[in-house]
Unconditional design. Sequence first.
Length: 173
Amino acid sequence: MKKRLVCCFVILCMALSGCAGKQGEAQKPGPLEQEAGASAAPSQAEEPESSEEPEPTPEEDAFSGRWQAVESPQCYMDIARGDGDSYTLEIVWAGASQGDVVWQAAGSYDKIWGGVAYTGAKYEDVVKEDGTIDRTLIPEREEVTGMVYLEDDGTLRWIDDFDHTGDDMSFEK
């Protein structure tokens, strides 16, 4: 238990420091703005960049897609890749008597931890008498954090920092 607590604390710290790092990067002017006015002809300095592996498309990305929980068939996760290393996640625990519990989050790939660290919110979908669905924020969980990562065998694991809903759960495509 102590190991999980320490792990969750470290992940939370990294997620929060990663968010602060992105703000600093956004405010810092980059050399790309200076190069935009330069000639369109490729220079020799640009050639080494082309030797890097191309970024995978969302269809090729290992995280993207629908993931089904092996242990709980009423739980699934949809992950979509955005620009760069960004992702959106929607985790749904379906089949509750009044509706579904939904986690909606956004995050980015963390190279150190090898997973997608996310921040988001937790909602409850309540089915009204007329059949419409009302999505309401669960107040005690206004901000949720966690991480999803892939094991060597391709199984997706979910770390939910607050409720620990994903503990001991594995997901497959």
